[in-house]
Design a protein around this ligand. Structure first.
Ligand code: V4E
Length: 267
């Protein structure tokens, strides 16, 4: 979760009260959630994350390793794509979360260059995903047009209704293919810049994520190492890649779409 979203945790609409009630055993310093990042910081950051299976003991383990509860909030995600899945088949994920548009897309070449390590480092790195997250609407629209048209020229002249926060997806023939609500508890760890999220989706799937936000040109290798150390401390350092919410949602609700993404090695 990028800094911009950490900042949103402070928004008055966010339901942090329940957090205080439900995670009393973990020190709550939600007042110290960082302030908003600048536009540039957010735009150029890469989110490196590793998912893990969480269970009844995870909260206790977080407390034991000194994790600090930042907030609990609930949000609805709506994911959009064309009828022929032109975005997701390119591993590009357009969503609306709490009224804000977000685009998660693969990092461009060189953006996440990592120092080469041994086989164990490579295996650990393979368990992590790296995505660039774009939150500026004009930038999102531009990138989506490029993905859909594959045409930089055409993307210079947006459709007339692009500025309309609600109708621009339908103007590009994008429709909502997935919609679910998540309850997320976020924790900061002593390890610098590491955040752990525990997600409970309304379709009956729970998953944990260890995340580090790497600024442009930042040290992805160091982020991978922090994530690996955190996984060890949490006792979740399995060598199995853990499914995200979207994998499970699509498998259950849209098996054809899921199969296409598997064939394309996106999921
Ligand atoms: C499916 C997917 C993406 C959509 C968002 O997925 P995810 O990171 O699971 O959602 P969430 O709510 O945790 O987002 P956050 O709040 O952290 O931004 S983005 C990339 N993928 C593909 C994908 C993949 N191939 N493998 C894994 C393990 N996860 C996602």
């Amino acid at each position: 979760m990028p800094i911009s979203r950490l900042a949103r945790l402070k928004h008055p609409n966010n339901n942090s009260t329940r957090l205080h009630q439900q995670t009393r055993s973990v020190r709550d310093v939600s007042q110290r959630v960082p302030e908003a990042a600048t536009f540039e910081e957010t735009q150029m950051s890469v989110e490196v994350e590793r998912k893990f299976v969480c269970n009844a003991d995870t909260l206790k383990t977080l407390e034991e390793i000194g994790a600090v509860c930042l907030a609990q909030r609930e949000f609805k995600d709506q994911y959009f794509d064309s009828p022929t899945f032109d975005l997701t088949l390119r591993d590009v994920w357009l969503r609306k979360r709490k009224g804000c548009w977000e685009l998660k897309c693969p990092t461009s070449a060189g953006e996440t260059e990592e120092a080469s390590g041994g086989p164990s480092e490579a295996a650990a790195a393979a368990l992590c995903s790296r995505y660039r997250e774009i939150t500026d609407l004009p930038d999102i629209q531009q990138r989506v047009r490029e993905e859909l048209c594959g045409d930089g020229e055409r993307s210079a002249s947006p459709p007339a209704d692009d500025d309309d926060d609600e109708s621009w997806p339908s103007g590009m023939n994008l429709r909502c293919f997935a919609e679910f609500t998540t309850v997320r508890r976020s924790f900061a760890l002593e390890e610098d810049g590491v955040q752990v999220d525990l997600d409970q989706a309304d379709f009956g799937y729970s998953v944990g994520e260890i995340e580090v936000l790497v600024p442009e040109g930042g040290d992805v290798q160091s982020a991978l190492e922090k994530i690996g150390r955190t996984a060890q401390k949490l006792g979740v350092a399995s060598d199995q890649r853990v499914e995200g919410k979207m994998n499970v949602y699509l498998k259950r609700n849209h098996p054809e779409h899921y199969a296409r993404l598997l064939s394309a090695h996106v999921l």
